[in-house]
Design a protein around this ligand. Structure first.
Ligand SMILES: Cc1cc2nc3c(=O)[nH]c(=O)nc-3n(C[C@H](O)[C@H](O)[C@H](O)COP(=O)(O)OP(=O)(O)OC[C@H]3O[C@@H](n4cnc5c(N)ncnc54)[C@H](O)[C@@H]3O)c2cc1C
Length: 394
């Protein structure tokens, strides 16, 4: 597949660059905030930033159709946007679950009314979403989930049960919840994909979970008769809808995500050069290896985005980037040497610990091979669906 930037892409780049420069200037202090392990930073400013992105029409560039307040951009323009976004160190996105996971799912499985109801507020940066899949007894084995929903006297679905590891539930206005709607059903049968408003005091309780970074990016969420506003894909079809969404989660970010990875790698290389650590041949070897692996990921992304039919593509992409980002986190600290294990010089025993950007990257990246489906699960998918190996006993 040919991949290069044409005149139209460069015009698009000028527009994106000018817009970002002007708007980042209007939000001093927001640049570089909210990256991996720093999701707590500048919460109010970053919510406002989502609306600003929306007002510029920059949310939903990758949706397969426009008309929701988004502009539709080509693949190369999406890469241009990601490059420019990373170049000005614009903040980590609060809206990515709605924009990159729910929206493509609604475009694939939602009704016209649902698309018209839910996509415009996502494109305006007004409504944030979270993902209610995992439960205490259902992570890798999602089909064993127990959260259920039943119709009340008014015909509305009411959800009860517990979700866990729900990223950004404390910020979200909505949650898409996978729940059992057919009593007595088993495994992936009888599930529905429900859209649930989060503002239901007494029916939804969000409890933050503290992570290794000392911050709380994810939560436990308890539902007690919470009302669902919609079912996507029809009652009982939740598994098909939910799996389609996971494909977006594992594969979709690809090229745009790699732009961010390249920036992170550049920072580690700069650190290594500045400190002289790069003279260590083992470290130099690892830096080059990461650089080369990033190129491999790029070609893999281009291959699959070029339309090649490949059932294993999302799993291969997830395996590649999860492990790569984790090794980057490890290397970021190795480059620092022993100092990487220390806190800031003014830290006093008993005070909450403060981590710098590289320490947070390292700690957060431990999760990269877990969320969105662990490495072991990706390998099982490839084994069974691509290589045709015998199915795992359940
Ligand atoms: C940072 C972060 C954010 C997250 N955000 C969300 C979110 O927003 N919404 C949401 O719903 N979930 C979220 N998750 C949850 C995530 O999807 C689960 O952690 C993941 O699916 C694994 O499930 P589990 O934690 O229950 O581990 P388990 O399923 O209990 O697995 C434990 C270990 O056993 C291995 N294992 C399990 N089954 C098999 C098998 N059959 N074969 C081989 N090995 C196996 C796993 O690979 C893993 O190493 C998040 C997780 C993290 C870390």
């Amino acid at each position: 597949m040919e991949f290069g930037f044409g005149d139209e892409d460069e015009t698009f780049r000028s527009e994106a660059r000018a817009w970002l420069a002007e708007h980042i200037r209007a939000h001093p202090g927001i640049a570089g905030r909210g990256g991996p392990g720093s999701e707590h930073e500048a919460a109010g400013e970053r919510r406002a930033w989502e609306k600003e992105l929306g007002s510029g029409g920059w949310i939903g560039l990758g949706w397969r159709e426009g008309g929701y307040g988004n502009r539709v951009a080509t693949l190369t323009q999406q890469v241009v946007w990601a490059e420019e976004y990373a170049r000005v160190r614009a903040p980590g996105r609060y809206g990515h679950i709605g924009e990159n996971l729910l929206a493509p799912t609604l475009l694939a499985h939602g009704t016209r009314e649902q698309r018209q109801r839910y996509l415009p507020p996502i494109a305006r940066g007004e409504e944030l979403w979270c993902q209610g899949y995992s439960e205490p007894g259902a992570g890798s084995d999602l089909a064993s989930l127990r959260t259920s929903a039943a119709r009340d006297g008014d015909g509305r679905w009411r959800v009860s049960g517990q979700k866990v590891w729900t990223s950004l539930a404390h910020q979200a206005d909505w949650c898409f919840v996978l729940a059992r709607t057919e009593p007595g059903s088993r495994r992936h049968h009888g599930l529905s994909f429900l859209l649930v408003p989060m503002d239901q005091p007494g029916h939804i309780d969000v409890r933050p979970i503290q992570q290794l970074t000392g911050t709380s990016e994810f939560n436990e969420v308890f539902f007690d008769g919470a009302v669902a506003a919609d079912v996507v894909g029809g009652e009982g079809n939740g598994w098909r809808v939910a799996m389609g969404l996971l494909g977006f989660e594992r594969g979709v970010s690809t090229l745009a995500q790699q732009v961010g990875f390249q920036e992170e790698l550049n920072t580690v290389v700069r650190d290594a050069v500045a400190s002289g650590a790069v003279r260590d041949p083992v470290l130099a070897d690892r830096l080059v290896r990461l650089w080369a692996e990033l190129r491999t990921m790029r070609w893999n992304a281009l291959r699959t985005l070029g339309g090649a039919e490949d059932a294993g593509a999302p799993s291969v992409a997830k395996l590649l980037w999860g492990g790569w980002h984790q090794r980057l986190g490890e290397l970021a600290l190795r480059v620092r040497g022993a100092a990487a294990a220390a806190g800031p010089h003014d830290w006093a025993p008993g005070a909450p610990y403060q981590l710098d950007e590289q320490q947070r990257l390292f700690l957060f990246s431990r999760a990269d091979t877990i969320y969105g489906g662990s490495d072991e699960i990706q390998r099982t998918i490839i084994a069974e669906r691509v290589l045709g190996l015998p199915r795992e006993a359940l």
